[in-house]
Design a protein around this ligand. Sequence first.
Ligand code: A2H
Length: 253
Amino acid sequence: EALGPQEYTAVKMEVAEWGVNAKSVIEGNVGGRKVFLVAATLRPETMYGQTNCFVGTAIKYGVFAMSDTEAFVCTYRAARNMAFQGISKTRGDIDQLLEIDGAKLVGTRVKAPFALNPEVYVLPMDNVLPTKGTGVVTSVPSDSPDDCATLADLAKKPAFYCIEAAWASIAPVPVINTPDYGDLIAPALLKSMKIQSQKDVKQLAEAKEIAYKEGFYNGVMLVGEFKGMKVEDAKPRVRERMIEAGLAMAYAE
Ligand code: A2H
């Protein structure tokens, strides 16, 4: 756990099409607003490699009006934090339109800002914490061992997870090269550390640490506007570009 405040990038993933279970609850009940799932990430430079987005099936999410034209899907806790960080229209104002179970968000298709896969599916992840970030996690299996292991679980047992097999059968997208681990560090680490599943939490914590440090200190961008640049230098630049484009916000907690 970090001691000071954690500086996230909150990425706005606009809903392209609601899944069957969200449609009846949400469509027509948001006052014509555009709706975004908002994911908190520490690695904005990896957003080129998004393949899906994760929610916790047992977590309650709200749909919050942020302006007359936009609504965000995130936890109540995150909406409250945003209300005091200049993200909602009026300081301290939390305008919850609806509540929805995470399980019902699964199968919704969202736009993935800057990603080579322009639209991705919302899928379930066991270890999403309701007390961190927005409760929505964008998935980058090329660089996140957790995302890679979860996606592998889903692809192996789609029926068990109540998803369509096609939603989880997406190849990781190379985004960063490191001298020791090549173009796909997370799959390489899962293989060398023999990590089979998202349930291998102890080894995943170790793999996450290695992937984070290697990527940050030794990584070079393979795609996007800052292709060829060191990750350390590209990271704040990609973040700034996403914010300028109206696709992301600074979010701290
Ligand atoms: B990161 P920290 Cl490519 N529950 O984004 C569980 N995990 C959550 C979460 C929640 N409620 N909210 C955010 N996260 C994830 C990208 C990424 C991330 C990559 C590599 C590593 C990585 C794509 N997923 O995180 O505990 C989000 O995943 C490892 C550090 O605040 C977020 O960044 O340090 C990260 O955990 C925040 O974790």
